[in-house]
Write a protein that binds this ligand. Structure first.
Ligand code: ADP
Ligand code: MG
Ligand code: ZN
Length: 600
């Protein structure tokens, strides 16, 4: 987080720098322009060189004034009041010419003045301009490369971390797998004596925020060795070869600090498949190749373990996974119920949590949340509690924080018309009523028409329990629930709005996955059409795309029809809930259930 900020700060500085440069350039250009224009204005007062020569030979010139180093001269004609300026091609030969005339008896007063600094400034600037620009560009490039502040970067990197395994909640099996690495870093000779080969590289797979960086730091912390880290995206540079040289420097440093941990975050940025030959790819290849060379290069005396993290394992080049490189892979999953509870406990330890707060129930309500999201929720809750001037963090603060993190901030002040309000009320009531009649869908927790984040209103469901599989029926019903909002708009207002765009997006993705990923379409069968390899899709003829489209359309059309049908059947409920929403803006779980007391 703070690292990203730093990066932003750095980028901001560079932008200011760049803008400053542009402004200076514009000013200089304006300056030059005015100067040039000034010169042009003197047009009537200038004397062409050929005319000047003629005038000299006719003896019409009285006085010539020259400035050293300048080809612009001032001349005074005998029959003219004003002095004129003239530009001569070559000062020396001109002086010779004048002196010759003087020797022949012409009366010409020749004055040579020293160079005036002021008059020279524009031309000095102009002559130095290219150098200035080049210099500025160079400085900028160096700053961008971070070469200018090399020392700082490395100081940052070699800090030892204080993170320990006990700071990492859950992930017991994963920690069990990684404890070996800690042992090795602590006592490499013990393993060497036994003839054991310890992995050089460990790849951590997992969604963002699942704790990959945290666990990597904990390994370094447990082993009490330096933690050197860099992000894959930092290696991708504007200029060829720099990525590779950064890798080289990184490992140079690691050799000096050995035993140590080298952590490469977002390794997919450098280690993605070498498929095409575009410029960026070639650069990546150099960086990747250098990484492979380094990893193959260090010997058994050098106790360096390279940890790398990615959330896109399928993108990685196979060469990275070969023996002697990242031959060990550990998946870091999103936490299960127990893991979530432990994460909540760790992150609430230093916070003032009210006694009646039930962390278990929060853990239950947050299936699918990552460690980072859970930490974020508790932090938001603390902020909300402070704003509410509470003594401690209360249950409501945490619930509000969950909503803020999932749907966005409540925007009570946003004004919207009665017409929009009615539309939102029916849209949300549509979702809620439809889901109520779908057995696989979770219970409604809250329906609201108070805008939150970008949404005009929202329907929240009770959280899923941790599930490993989702059935086809469940997915079909999910589609119906998603389209319930649009169906209500159509049914009641006989018009539809843009408010359903997100529902439609999600529904379409689910339907497409059902057909192309989970093999749930009867006509197309259990085939993976989202194949990782680009050529896989070409196994089939061109019209397979049409078939996929047709199947997706059937799924969506059916769900939309079912949603409308359900709402037609339960129109009374739809109307009553929409009315209630218009009056109270929000309906909670209990009140929602009340509407359905009479039947079932
Ligand atoms: P990743 O590297 O996988 O994107 P991070 O390690 O950066 O995730 O996690 C971000 C933050 O989330 C951590 O600093 C920590 O506060 C919290 N976090 C994530 N997973 C856990 C966990 N298992 N236990 C405790 N905190 C966690
Ligand atoms: Mg990370
Ligand atoms: Zn909706």
């Amino acid at each position: 987080m703070s690292k990203k900020k730093e990066e932003k700060q750095k980028n901001k500085k560079l932008w200011i720098y760049l803008i400053g440069l542009v402004i200076v350039l514009i000013l200089l250009m304006g300056f030059t322009f005015i100067y040039m224009k000034d010169k042009n204005q003197e047009d009537e007062n200038t004397l062409a060189y050929t005319d000047l020569i003629k005038e000299i030979s006719y003896g019409n010139i009285e006085k010539i004034e020259m400035t050293v180093g300048s080809t612009t001269i001032k001349v005074k004609q005998k029959n003219e009041e004003k002095e004129k300026t003239s530009v001569i091609p070559n000062t020396e030969s001109f002086i010779e010419l004048v002196q010759e005339k003087v020797a022949q008896g012409n009366e010409i007063e020749l004055i040579q003045k020293p160079r005036s600094m002021l008059a020279q400034i524009p031309s000095i600037i102009i002559s130095f301009l290219p150098t200035i620009i080049m210099l500025a560009l160079f400085i900028m490039i160096f700053k961008m490369q971070g070469l200018g502040e090399k020392g700082k970067v490395y100081d940052d990197m070699q800090r030892k971390t204080k993170v320990k395994f006990e700071d990492v909640a859950g992930l017991d099996e994963e920690k069990g797998e990684l404890i070996e690495i800690v042992e090795f870093l602590k006592r490499p000779e013990k393993f060497a004596r036994m003839g054991a080969k310890i992995p050089k590289g460990v790849l951590l797979y997992g969604k963002p925020g699942t704790g990959k960086t945290l666990i990597a730091k904990a390994i370094a912390g447990e082993a009490d060795v330096p933690f050197i880290s860099m992000s894959g995206s930092e290696f991708i540079e504007m200029f060829a070869g720099l990525g590779a040289s950064r890798v080289r420097k990184l490992f140079e440093k690691a050799r000096k600090l050995s035993p140590c941990i080298v952590f490469i975050d977002e390794i997919d940025a450098i280690g993605s498949r070498r498929s095409s030959n575009s410029g960026a790819e070639t650069e990546n290849n150099q960086t990747l190749n250098q990484l492979l060379v380094e990893m193959d290069g260090f010997s058994s005396e050098e106790t360096i373990i390279v940890l790398a993290a990615t959330n896109r394992p399928e993108m990685l080049d196979k060469a990275l996974l070969r023996p002697g490189r990242f031959d060990r892979q550990v998946t870091i999953p999103t936490p299960d119920l127990k893991g979530r509870l432990e994460i909540l406990k760790i992150h609430s330890a230093q916070k003032r949590i009210a006694d009646n707060v039930n962390l278990e129930s929060i853990a239950e309500d947050t299936a699918g949340f990552t460690g980072a999201e859970l930490a974020n929720i508790l932090n938001e809750a603390a902020i909300i509690a402070t704003k509410n001037k509470n003594e401690d963090i209360e249950n409501e603060d945490i619930e509000e924080a969950v909503k803020k993190v999932t749907v966005g901030l409540e925007k009570r002040t946003r004004v919207y018309s009665d017409k929009d309000k009615k539309l939102t009320a029916y849209h949300e009531a549509g979702h809620a009523v439809v889901s109520r009649y779908l057995p696989t869908q979770n219970d409604v927790k809250e329906v609201s028409i108070i805008p939150r984040g970008v949404a005009g209103g929202y329907t929240m469901y009770k959280s899923d329990e941790d599930k490993y599989y989702i059935s086809k029926t469940e997915m079909q019903e999910k589609l119906i629930a998603l389209l319930g909002g649009r169906a209500a708009e159509k049914l009641v207002l006989d018009d539809i709005s843009t408010g359903a765009s997100n529902d439609i997006e999600v529904a379409t993705k689910i339907a497409r996955d059902m057909v192309t990923k989970y093999g749930m379409s009867d006509t197309l069968g259990p085939i993976d059409f989202q194949g990782k390899e680009p050529y896989e899709i070409q196994m089939f003829g061109e019209n397979i795309g049409d078939k996929i489209g047709q199947e997706v359309k059937i799924l969506i059309d059916t769900a939309y029809r079912d949603a409308q049908e359900l709402l037609r059947q339960h129109r009374d409920k739809l109307d009553r809930i929409a009315q209630e929403l218009l009056q109270k803006e929000k309906i909670n779980e209990q009140d929602f259930k009340e509407f359905f007391k009479d039947n079932i």
